[in-house]
Design a protein around this ligand. Sequence first.
Ligand code: ATP
Ligand code: MG
Length: 247
Amino acid sequence: DIEIPESHPRYLSLLTRHRIEEGVEKGITSKQGLIAEGRGEAFDYLLGEETIPSADAAERAAAAQLLLAEHPVLSVNGNVAALVPGEMVELAEAVGADLEVNLFNRTDERIDAIVSHLRDHGADAVKGQTADGRIPNLDHERAKVDADGIGSADVVLVPLEDGDRAEALAAMGKVEIVVDLNPMSRSAQSAAIPIIDNIVRAIPNVTEHARELEGTSREELEAIVEDFDREAALAEAEKAIRGGELA
Ligand code: ATP
Ligand code: MG
């Protein structure tokens, strides 16, 4: 294990990069995942590596939406499993959601490795190995989901999802919450609630909001979701990335 001093100015970025590297070594993260990490880091750098106010608002709306859901499912891919395995388990517990492993480049080996990894981080049941459901309008391998997981979910949280699949899930009528550092990506653009933030900051903050909102009435939760303005959140993030006033 490498030692990264916490005082290093790029501590979080180095730690994140190291976790992705380890994920690849363990067979959890794909090589494509390394490229995705690089893209994410560039956007995070431009955002100032912080949760901007519009992202915090999205994270609160996401918490409210997950608490309102009948059957919420949190999707986990190789980067998510490498970066925030324990945090995803905690969020699932806080909002009563299922966890489902869902991969863009699906192999049974990688699915199994991620399921065990999540179990090591405290998950009991993890979906994704049955793959008896299909997302319409996607080619065979990419379409696979569990029928009793994402297949029948009303609200899905899909962090770092590929644009095509994000669009196909939204087209199925699911309320989609996306975590993606690029506000211009098709994934973020197709989400009902786009969270433009690093997943390492976003997931713990959604959990914190969910805990704060516990016991809040449905009416109030619905108002939080309705007050969230997705267009404004996307525009705010893009403005922050492009350099605020200079844009
Ligand atoms: P599009 O959505 O426009 O089709 P894409 O899906 O082809 O783009 P990828 O590189 O496959 O783009 O997706 C990776 C996405 O995940 C990028 O938008 C990147 O910003 C984002 N990303 C990577 N790491 C993180 C992270 N730690 N937290 C949040 N988002 C991240
Ligand atoms: Mg994308």
